[in-house]
Write a protein of this length. Structure first.
Length: 457
């Protein structure tokens, strides 16, 4: 029998076999492409959830509120949670917000917020190779505190926003100065003093007369106006009340050299005008009129919240000790006594002028947690009454000074080193001393409202 060497049909067989592999790779490419798209969407939702949760936690301090904010941000980006965290299966959608993070290099670290998004996705062809067409795709993001760039904002759109006269100086080497005035002399330096910062940005231009120093020189001009970085800060409410007791009960007063102890409650006024000591026990107070400390005595306020409808003043040689808490003042705040002035964890909200003078024995620091975190002075946004702060060597002042509609006069005597972030309408620096601002949000409290949030993972 004779066999023929006939190779006809081989190409058809090879092509058919190749098509099987080609279609398999095409199916794999389709599924992988769909999964990559789902992965990108999950990451977008995780980024949004982490940022929203971190911002909410920064201002409200509530884990539950932050988790709700994170879930809402994920929903706004197309992914809604259907499962209860932690993630336990691949058939439900999860948006898990962890404070502090549970995974990664920042696990367990305070000040960080983690968001994990997991969502099942339907594949087209992978079901032929595995028991289910569903495959879970996840995204993860971590947001934490970072250092803010600015420490001095002057918000007035015209006139002299920043001015320094005399031989004094202001130094803010760790941060930036933003001057929103469009005037040709928006920043004015007169005399032999100096203004130094990491950078100086001015909407308008600057004027320098005398032998003074600007650094950097020249500053950057023609910038766009900087927005109020604390425009979202909520002012506290000044509580009101009525004292129903006798005049003596409603108006406790110490005029001699003795000691007077006052309990928490509602009063019309409280005064200390002699050489004695008045102590307000720890708790909450409503004082519908004035709180005054004059003469050579001392006033000690226990920790708590104080709502003062009138003026709060401490003058003369008297000393004042402030307990940690919130002090809301419907009138003027005047702390100008030559005695010691001490307050750790204190925050002032005023609806009148603010005058604070230290003579080497002042120690005022803002809270580092809670609703008033970082805020030392907050003057009402609608109050243009002047604000004045005078410091000297040995004085300590730490926190945010926020008076967006008021002019601040900052006076240094000797070497006054403070850790402040200042947001005001305008700033005037006077005196012969040197003022050094180390930038509160960078050096002292990165979790303050001016400490920025950054994506770290």
């Amino acid at each position: 029998m004779k066999y023929r060497d006939d190779e006809c049909g081989q190409v058809l067989v090879i092509t058919a076999l190749s098509m099987i592999f080609l279609l398999g790779f095409l199916a794999l490419a389709i599924d992988v492409g769909l999964l990559f798209r789902a992965k990108r969407n999950a990451q977008i939702a995780a980024d949004a959830a982490a940022v929203a949760a971190a911002l909410d936690y920064k201002y409200n301090g509530s884990v539950t509120s932050a988790q709700t904010a994170g879930e809402a941000a994920a929903t706004a980006n197309g992914i809604t949670s259907t499962g209860t965290c932690p993630i336990s299966n691949t058939t439900q959608t999860y948006v898990c917000v962890n404070i502090p993070p549970l995974y990664g290099p920042n696990a367990g670290s305070a000040g960080y917020v983690e968001a994990i998004v997991s969502q099942p996705n339907q594949t087209v062809f992978m079901g032929f190779l595995r028991s289910s067409n569903l495959m879970a795709v996840s995204g993860r993001a971590v947001v934490g505190s970072g250092a803010g760039a600015g420490c001095l904002w002057t918000l007035a759109k015209s006139g002299k926003d920043v001015s320094l006269t005399g031989s004094g100086s202001i130094t803010a080497q760790n941060c930036n100065i933003y001057d929103d005035s469009s005037a040709s002399d928006a920043l004015t330096l007169t005399g032999s003093g100096s203004v130094r910062a990491k950078s100086i940005g001015i909407v308008g231009s600057y004027s320098k007369t005398g032998s003074g120093t600007l650094s950097p020189n020249p500053p950057t001009t023609g910038i766009s106006p900087a927005a109020d970085p604390l425009s979202g800060l909520t002012p506290p409410t000044i509580t009101t009340g009525t004292c129903t007791g006798t005049s003596a009960v409603c108006n406790p007063s110490n005029t001699g050299s003795g000691n007077l102890v006052v309990s928490p409650g509602t009063y019309t006024s409280i005064t200390n005008t002699g050489s004695g000591k008045v102590t307000l026990s720890a708790g909450n107070y409503v004082i519908t009129g004035d709180l005054k400390n004059t003469g050579s005595g001392s006033l000690i306020l226990g920790a708590g919240n104080y709502s003062i409808g009138g003026n709060f003043s401490s003058t003369g040689s008297s000393s004042l000790t402030l307990g940690a808490g919130l002090y809301t003042i419907g009138g003027n705040l005047s702390l100008t006594g030559s005695g010691s002035l001490t307050g750790v964890g204190v925050s002032f909200y005023t609806q009148g002028s603010t005058t604070v003078t230290g003579s080497g024995n002042m120690d005022l620091t803002a809270p580092t947690s809670g609703a008033e975190n970082g805020v030392l002075f907050f003057q009402s946004r609608t109050d243009s009454s002047g604000m004045s702060i005078t410091g000297s060597g040995g004085d300590v002042m730490q926190g945010i000074v926020y008076a967006p509609d008021a002019a601040l006069t900052l006076t240094g005597s000797g070497s006054f080193s403070a850790s402040l972030d200042v947001v005001v309408d305008s700033l005037s620096v006077t005196g012969s001393g040197s003022i050094t601002d180390t930038n509160y949000a960078v050096v002292t409290n990165t979790d303050s409202p001016l400490g920025k949030l950054v994506m770290v993972e």
